[in-house]
Design a binder for this molecule. Structure first.
Ligand SMILES: [Zn+2]
Length: 570
């Protein structure tokens, strides 16, 4: 999709030299814009973390095709950008820096009218003009976003009305009044809500909560048994990258492990886990607007939709109040969560929002915690009272917790057993190279003698999930050929348990010159399947050829009869 890069290519070349370096070299602004502000980017966050001086860098990031969080760039610009930056926003709408169907890009583009609305509210004439144009008709949207299909054009036009409502400008309000239909009247209420930042978010940022006083030096969760919460979910039918069963299983297993590991002294290794319940469902219909939650009615309707607890949508514009790029909104406590997808941290996000459903109403002031209002891939801790709330979910959450057995850390690696990917082996890093959710110590084949059989048995071993009786000799394994060598070559449980009759080729009761003659006549014969050959019985070593091996074995058995053991000295 290189066509989308054209307009921004020149700037992108300049920017890539700055930001393509590794994460350590990121500027404070780039780092701030990479985090996930679960309940939206508020004005307070934008001013504290980036500020007006950061706008030029934001504008560069806006067009960098490799920058992973363009949704946040637009959200920060919404609060900080002067009217001149409206042109940059409109250029990206016209020519998206990268494929507009990607989850984050889709969200960034849908947020452009929101950003223009806030710029217009600060007096920006270009932003206001652009919103009035975008809301005027499909032809204008087609010109301003030539890549967009009919559905996206309709979405952008609706977001333009939303942006106008946010602007609270007289011209905007008269446009809203002109536009007939129930959609517009509900959008008009957005203007009032835009005045207050979400209360939920205010709690999220830098304020103290009750959590801090409750911490103890305890490390392992004091609950007697572990509990599992099953989360059922539904994607809006319009999602181009819906949550899948497989993605969610990985994400929730990861989040459960993060919660179940003690990262530092005040972080409790919590025995409460989350998992998928049932398979992915869908809700809504194409074009019903419930994939983009602009109004309180839309938000409540989706939260209360009984199809499943978790509803996955494309964009959330409000959660208690309006903020750009709200990632999740949930009843706290209650039964209902609305989320967008953030692939790198989906699991942490789901656990955070479920925490609100379960009854954790306050955000944790410490940024290392999952219940902090801002999360990234390093958010991994749960506090003592947060963990307790997950074990004892509030009634309004309407969830049946499943008991998981004893809450303990059997292998003393800091990861409680209920979420440990290898509960009986010390593996504090929970490494899982093949990504099958079974930790490497429990998973990779341990085959010290290289005979293909592992000890313990594992599907990862060449010979499959069959245990080797002796992992220090490649001459001993299940199904091996027993020999007179002091080993249990065939893993039968007995050493050198050969009997004479196994060497018979002519069934005359004795191993003698007749067997030697057969070996002699067949000497040098080979076959992929010796059982089908006339000489098959003389291939004592079962290696497909009659050769020196077989002479050696015949010598062991020479002169024996019937059921006599072969390997005993005469
Ligand atoms: Zn929250």
């Amino acid at each position: 999709m290189s066509g989308f890069r054209r307009a921004c290519a020149l700037v992108a070349v300049l920017v890539s030299a700055v930001v393509a370096a590794d994460e350590i070299a990121l500027s404070p602004i780039a780092r701030a814009v990479r985090a996930t502000y679960i309940h939206g980017v508020t004005q307070e966050l934008a001013h504290d973390l980036v500020g007006a001086d950061g706008v030029p860098e934001l504008v560069e990031l806006l067009v960098d095709p490799d920058f992973p969080r363009r949704d946040n760039v637009v959200a920060f610009l919404a609060h900080l950008a002067p009217d001149e930056a409206s042109d940059a926003l409109l250029r990206c709408l016209e020519t998206p820096p990268t494929h507009p169907g990607k989850i984050v890009e889709d969200r960034a583009l849908l947020l452009v009218p929101h950003a223009l609305g806030r710029i217009a509210k600060r007096g920006g004439p270009r932003a206001l003009h652009a919103l009035l144009a975008l809301s005027a008709g499909d032809d204008v949207v087609r010109t301003r976003a030539p890549w967009a299909g009919p559905g996206m054009r309709r979405d952008l036009a609706e977001q333009a009305l939303f942006g106008l409502a946010l602007s609270e400008r007289p011209e905007a309000l008269s446009r809203l009044n002109e536009t007939a239909g129930s959609q517009t009247s509900s959008l008009a209420t957005a203007a009032a809500a835009a005045r207050d930042e979400p209360r939920h978010v205010a709690q999220a940022y830098g304020l103290s909560t009750t959590e801090s006083g409750a911490r103890t030096p305890a490390t392992i969760d004091p609950e007697f048994v572990g509990h599992e919460a099953g989360l059922d979910f539904a994607n809006h039918v319009s999602l181009t990258s819906p949550m899948t069963d497989e993605l969610l299983d990985d994400a929730l297993a990861h989040a459960s492990r993060l919660a179940g590991f003690e990262d530092f002294a005040s972080d409790v290794a919590c025995c409460a886990t989350v998992r998928r319940s049932g398979s992915a469902r869908t809700f809504g219909t194409a074009g019903d607007g419930r994939d983009v939650l602009n109004t309180e009615n839309e938000l409540r309707g989706v939260l209360l939709d009984p199809v499943a607890r978790v509803k996955v949508v494309r964009l959330i514009q409000r959660c208690g109040g309006v903020a750009p790029n709200i990632i999740g909104c949930s009843f706290s406590p209650g039964d209902g969560m609305a989320l967008v997808r953030v692939p790198a941290i989906d699991g942490t996000l789901w656990l955070h929002e479920y925490g609100h459903n379960a009854g954790i109403t306050q955000h944790n002031p410490d940024s290392r915690y999952i219940m902090h209002g801002t999360i990234d891939t390093r958010s991994a801790a749960l506090g003592f009272t947060e963990c307790a709330a997950l074990h004892d979910a509030s009634d309004p959450a309407r969830i049946d917790l499943v008991e998981l057995g004893e809450c303990s850390d059997t292998d003393a690696d800091g990861q409680v057993s209920v979420s440990d990917n290898c509960p009986d082996e010390f593996n504090p890093g929970q490494s899982d190279v093949d990504g099958d959710r079974i930790g490497d110590p429990c998973d990779l084949c341990s085959d010290a003698d290289g005979d293909g059989f592992g000890r313990p048995a594992s599907d990862e071993c060449v010979a499959g999930n069959v245990e080797d009786c002796n992992d220090s000799s490649a001459e001993a394994f299940p199904g091996g050929l027993e020999r007179c060598d002091g080993l249990d070559n065939d893993c039968s449980g007995a050493v050198d348990d050969l009997i004479c009759s196994q060497y018979e080729v002519n069934v005359d009761g004795e191993i003698d010159g007749i067997e030697l003659t057969w070996v002699g006549r067949a000497f040098g014969e080979c076959s992929v399947d010796p059982r089908l050959e006339w000489w098959g019985a003389a291939d004592y070593s079962a290696d497909g050829c009659v050769d020196g091996d077989d002479l050696v074995l015949l010598a062991d058995a020479w002169g024996c009869r019937g059921d006599m053991p072969v390997c005993e000295d005469p």
